[in-house]
Design a protein around this ligand. Structure first.
Ligand SMILES: [Zn+2]
Length: 521
């Protein structure tokens, strides 16, 4: 036999004997439009899951998969479950009847970060045990909050922390990092975090840095209340630089008329730092109204020192009252006026769904006096505050270092709608970003920022947190009139390899885990 024909024969034999690789799987997802969280363009891969991991992603022709269950995702998008970097979901995860976390689940979120804005439940070990005992619908990433620690160590008053108090707070940060927290969060706008100086935060952030944590901040000022937006971003950069850890700015925005149109300057400032090698990123929710407590929004911090009782003692003092009312009036103006503050949550239902101007007319009081009438009743008056421009929102959204976050809390539609709203409004309707960017900046990038091991990508060996949604039907339903409507169009949600949403219906499975940085097995 000639050498040529011999080689040809050998090739034929080897091709015939080369069988497809056989894979035994629990779940096979086929025919979907697969975005893996990294590439901007989709592929036509198939994906197999066994246990809690992805065991195969790739071409169909290379393998023979025998699966217990097959999901035909024809026409639908298959991508990593979304990771929400800023939520207040811990308020519900601690309640057995609400720990399903369905408002987030229905958006396609499979992991929520909690303990943001400087407020964390302490000690986290206790809450970890609680979450695990009643089960949670999504995974959760814990942060340790500066405000929480300051309340414990320093109290609620307007004072500087002593060296000893800083040391005590550092010990608590270390304890919380040991318990599995992913970093330090601050809410420097809120009392008592607002009473701290930059030095104090650097000292605490250094402990997070030694534990490979990140620094997540609600800036000291997103507007023109105190130091101003730009100086507040500079402070965050200084903290990250001096403490040597990544900086993540939460819900980046230009809040109020005084700082409108500053987004390009803020972007320039951040880009400059990034070029210098500083690791700085941000998250953003896709709404032009923020939400916060009425008191936090308009009452001056100096008047709050010591808590609510102290506030009313000052308010009833005839010497201080005019200054409190004057400062409150300025803050209402800063937020666009009394008609831009909508009461979305309060114990007195007669105020609900009305703006501050309407209520003040009913009460025959000035808007600033009305604030103190409303705050007298109960403790949880919250407002939607319409204070952003669409240009600033779009400018921030286009940045590769801005990821999707909800800042989900009760009363604002963002808790039920942030991710699908960003897709519907900013990807499909206004084309501010493309779909690949939307998915990547809602999954893999967020996992990288928080250093969450083996999540956020569709990749072999990664945890099987996967969603499937209909690109035509995936949309938000919640609005300011009814902020409690679940999103539509999510077909499947798989969390740690277990199906939680099947054909659009939540099956009550609670397969979320409290994540730690050690989840690398
Ligand atoms: Zn915040």
């Amino acid at each position: 036999m000639q050498l040529k024909s011999f080689l040809f024969l050998l090739l034929i034999i080897s091709l015939c004997s080369c069988q497809k690789k056989e894979i035994i799987a629990d779940i096979l997802i086929k025919n979907g439009i697969i975005y893996n969280g990294i590439d901007n363009k989709p592929s036509e891969s198939i994906l197999a899951i066994q246990g809690d991991k992805i065991i195969y992603i790739g071409k169909k022709k290379n393998v023979n998969i025998i699966a217990k269950k097959t999901i035909d995702a024809k026409g639908s998008i298959v991508c990593p479950g979304f990771i929400d970097p800023h939520t207040h979901a811990d308020r519900e995860l601690r309640k057995p009847e609400k720990a399903h976390n369905q408002p987030f689940l229905m958006q396609g979120v499979t992991t929520v970060v909690v303990g943001n804005d400087g407020n964390s439940f302490f000690p986290s070990t206790e809450f970890k045990t609680l979450y695990e005992s009643h089960g949670i619908g999504t995974n959760v990433v814990l942060m340790v909050g500066h405000n929480t620690l300051r309340k414990i160590v320093v109290g609620r008053s307007n004072k500087k922390a002593s060296e000893e108090e800083i040391k005590n707070m550092q010990t608590l940060v270390q304890r919380e990092m040991d318990a599995g927290c992913f970093g330090l969060s601050t809410g420097l706008y809120y009392a008592p975090g607002s009473y701290s100086d930059t030095k104090e935060i650097i000292a605490l952030a250094k402990i997070a840095a030694q534990n490979e944590g990140i620094y997540d901040t609600h800036l000291r000022d997103e507007s023109s209340y105190t130091i101003g937006l730009k100086a507040a971003v500079e402070e965050a950069i200084e903290i990250g630089e001096k403490a040597n850890l990544p900086i993540h700015i939460s819900h980046i925005k230009c809040l109020g008329v005084d700082v409108w149109n500053q987004s390009l300057d803020i972007i320039k400032l951040i880009e400059k730092s990034r070029l210098e090698g500083i690791d700085i990123t941000a998250n953003q929710y896709p709404y032009d109204a923020s939400a916060t407590g009425l008191q936090s929004a308009v009452v001056p911090r100096w008047a709050e020192s010591g808590g609510k009782d102290s506030l009313y003692i000052r308010y009833n003092n005839s010497k201080l009252k005019p200054k409190i009312l004057g400062d409150t009036r300025k803050n209402i103006t800063r937020r666009g006026g009394p008609d831009k503050l909508l009461i979305v949550m309060t114990e007195d239902s007669t105020f609900l769904g009305k703006n501050l101007l309407e209520i003040s007319k009913e009460q025959a009081l000035t808007p600033e006096e009305t604030v103190f009438e409303i705050l007298k009743v109960g403790t949880t008056t919250r407002v939607a505050s319409f204070n952003m421009t669409s240009e600033d929102i779009s400018n921030f959204m286009r940045q590769p270092w801005v990821v999707t976050g909800s800042d989900g809390n009760t009363g604002h539609p963002r808790k039920y709608g942030s991710f699908p709203r960003k897709y519907r409004k900013y990807v499909k309707e206004e084309k501010v970003i493309d779909i690949g960017t939307f998915i990547n900046n809602s999954s893999a990038k967020t996992a990288a920022i928080f250093k969450i091991p083996k999540r956020g990508k569709l990749q072999e060996g990664y945890y099987a947190d996967i969603i499937i949604f209909d690109p035509e039907k995936y949309k938000d339903k919640a609005n300011y009139e009814n902020a409690f409507l679940y999103a539509e169009g999510l077909e499947y949600s798989i969390i740690n390899g277990v199906i939680a949403i099947k054909e659009g219906i939540y099956n009550q499975k609670r397969n979320g885990k409290v994540l730690t940085k050690k989840d690398v097995k």
